[in-house]
Design a protein around this ligand. Structure first.
Ligand code: AMP
Ligand code: MN
Ligand code: MN
Ligand code: MN
Length: 284
């Protein structure tokens, strides 16, 4: 069976491998395709696409957009984007600006909590890529304030935590629409993180997003229990959404998650990408 991974990060956001390294790793482990889905940025795509054509590996140009949602976290994935379209880059620039405004405020909060860190250290941890909370966690570990990324999030950085600072996000339907406008296929990422009560709430939300252009639902994901996976698959079928899956690989930035294999038992067949593309065509 041809296996793929439709969810992976690079140094353009909070992954630890460069786009070239990620593409090489995908080929090394025998994947047939890998999607690069960095948070709110397309910066890793040109390099990954170039490397893919060089070594003969299919790189799917993607993105993972943060959308406004409560109580949980909503991420909209986009695939097969034309990353040169200005509308998408323009909307993402607003999200990047919101991060630049937020980041020094997190430094201030941490400092007032007695954890002294500087913006320069966080920038160095991000290595020139876009800054995310995992980079703050990295600095906190290096300074000896916490023992792990998990501890940094649990005690300080998690949504609602003492060092959390909210930032501007797109409305969910806007995130879906902007991906469609760039010729892409929007997929609702890891539905468990929405923290919705019951499947019918998810059904209502997914149906609404489908009206806006949603094409798929991320069903296979390391943090989904077998029960969730079954339920999400049934829901995708009910709503005529394509089921997709991926590891959410971040390299060293997220321990215990391997490219293509997730926590060890993930297996995403190429057919799911073909199915997503077919639904996208039918709906265009
Ligand atoms: P940001 O993009 O700055 O909002 O940071 C969000 C990123 O932090 C996510 O994409 C994950 O990579 C990471 N993250 C979020 N929550 C946690 C958590 N509880 N533990 C570890 N990493 C997390
Ligand atoms: Mn991340
Ligand atoms: Mn996500
Ligand atoms: Mn992700």
């Amino acid at each position: 069976m041809d296996l793929i991974d439709l969810h992976a990060h690079t140094t353009a956001s909070d992954g630890s491998l460069t786009p070239t390294e990620l593409t090489d790793l995908a080929q090394e482990i025998g994947l047939k395709a890998v999607a690069v889905t960095d948070h709110d940025t397309l910066d890793g795509l040109p390099e990954a696409l170039a490397r893919g054509s060089e070594i003969g590996l299919e790189v799917v140009p993607g993105v993972e957009i943060s959308a406004e949602f409560h109580p949980g976290t909503m991420h909209i994935l986009g695939y097969d984007l034309d990353h040169t379209r200005p509308e998408l880059a323009g909307r993402l620039a607003e999200l990047q600006e919101a991060r630049r405004t937020r980041n020094p405020k997190i430094v201030d909060k941490l400092t007032s909590l007695g954890l002294e860190i500087t913006m320069e250290e966080v920038e160095a941890a991000a290595g020139g890529g876009q800054i995310g909370r995992p980079h703050f966690a990295r600095v906190m570990i290096d300074r000896g304030y916490v023992a792990s990324t998990q501890e940094a999030f649990d005690r300080y950085l998690t949504k609602g935590g003492p060092a959390y600072v909210d930032k501007f996000r797109l409305a969910p339907t806007e995130a879906v629409a902007v991906i469609r406008k760039a010729g892409g296929l929007p997929v609702l990422g890891h539905p468990h993180s929405l923290r919705l009560d019951g499947l019918s709430a998810l059904e209502g939300l997914a149906a609404e997003l489908k009206e806006a252009g949603l094409v798929g639902l991320e069903v296979y994901y390391p943090e989904h229990s077998p029960r969730m996976t079954r339920d999400f698959l049934a829901l995708a079928q009910k709503l005529d959404l394509a089921p997709t899956g991926g590891s959410d690989f971040h390299g060293a930035g997220k321990t215990g998650v391997e490219l293509g294999r997730g926590a060890g038992d993930l297996s995403v067949p190429y057919d799911l990408l073909a199915g997503l593309r077919k639904k996208g065509t039918n709906r265009a």
